[in-house]
Design a binder for this molecule. Sequence first.
Ligand SMILES: Nc1ncnc2c1ncn2[C@@H]1O[C@H](COP(=O)(O)OP(=O)(O)OP(=O)(O)O)[C@@H](O)[C@H]1O
Length: 126
Amino acid sequence: MGLKDKQTVKNTHLIQAMKHAMAGVWTVVRNERNMRYHLVAALFAIGFGWYFRISELEWLMIALAIFFVIASEFANTIAESLVDLIVQHHYDPLAKRVKDVAAGSVLLAALFAVVVAAIIFLPKFF
Ligand SMILES: Nc1ncnc2c1ncn2[C@@H]1O[C@H](COP(=O)(O)OP(=O)(O)OP(=O)(O)O)[C@@H](O)[C@H]1O
């Protein structure tokens, strides 16, 4: 059960809903190249955090940055998919606007993550 089933009615129980949600997560990880870069960056941040024994507050900021980037990438994928569904790959200035703004939100989230990582880790290196 997942993205490939033909269900179009509401989920009837929690397990069914969870399976569809997990299929959604997997489809983003599998299909979005940028998502894989985000996950590698997150693994590095977690590795450095473990190595430098960062504080609880620093872990919270790293977790916030990681989830913010991932959530933005999901929103970006939703926007791209909806645009493609609506315009079917025909050029449309509004489609461009939606996709560019969605991509911009991922860029801003990634910048936030870089700033958080720099504030936490740069002093530990130098
Ligand atoms: N239907 C369209 N009409 C107008 N411009 C489009 C359309 N589809 C894509 N574009 C332009 O091409 C760019 C790339 O679109 P695409 O769907 O490949 O997203 P993407 O760059 O792969 O996003 P990401 O890298 O975040 O996965 C968009 O940001 C937009 O500027």
